[in-house]
Design a protein. Sequence first.
Length: 284
Amino acid sequence: MTQSIVVGIDGTAQANAAAEWAADEAVLRGTGVHLVHAREPWPESVASLAARESQEPWAEELLARTAETLRTRHPELPVTTRLLTAGPVPGLVAAAEAGDLLVLGSRALGGVAGYLVGSVGLTVAGAVDRPLVLVRALDSSVSDGPVTVGVDAEQPADVVLEFAFGEASRRGTGVNAVYAQQLPPYAGLGPAMVPDIRAAVTPEIERSLDGLLDPWRAKFSDVDATARVVIGSAGAELVQATGDAGLVVVGRRTRRSALGAHIGSVAHAVLHHSRAPVALVPHD
C-alpha cells in the first residue's frame, strides 16, 4: 500500500464532498484516507478554556463520523483520523507531507462561476509540496470524464503530465492536453487577422505538443491522449477547454518570492472558475 490521501475536513458540505472524492480516489490507487481537522490555536486564557473543552469533542466527533461514513461506502478502505492543533495552514501543509495527495473542499459560487477559494485554501495551495485537489460540493464522486491538463509547450513539466496520465489510466479515460497561445499585440487591430494567425501557429505547436505527449502515450498505452491549441489568455482558455472534464490538472512552480509562495495567474484562474475538481501539481 502507498501513502494515504490526506483530506482536510471542517463539517461543511464541500469538505464532505472532498472526503468522498478522496475515498473514491484512494480505492483507485489502492491506498487509504487520512482525515484531518485543523483549527486555529487557542489563546492561553481562562476565557478560552470552556470553548476549547467544547470544541475539541466536536472536532473528534466530526472526524469519527466522517470516517465511519467513508468506511460504510468502502468497507475495505483504511481510514485514519487526526486533530491538528498547529493552525489550518501550517497544520494542513505539515499533514500533507505524510501523504501522496492533499484534498480540500471548495465552495461553489453557483452556475458556471466555479469555486470560491478562501485565504486558507489559496495559502495552502501555494505552500504545499504535494499535489492538491480542490473539490466542490457537487463533485463528490470521481468522474469518468477526460483529464484536461494545461501544458506549457515551451517549458513542459514532466511531473504534471505524469500526474495527468496516471489519473486518466486509473479512471479508464483519456487526456486532453491544452496549450494556450497568446495573440501578438498587433492581432488586436482587427478580428479578420485572428484566423490567419491561428492557421500559422496552431499546426506547428500541435506537432510540438504531440511530441511532448509521445513518451507518456508509450508509458500509459491504455490512455488516449489528444493535443489542442487554443488562442487567447491561458487561464480563461483553459477553463473554457475543460468542458466535460472529470479532472483538471494544472502545474504550479515551487519558486518562492519575497511575498511568499504563490500559485501563478493561470492556476489562480482555473482554481476559481473550473467546474470540475482541480489538481494543482507543484514542479520545479
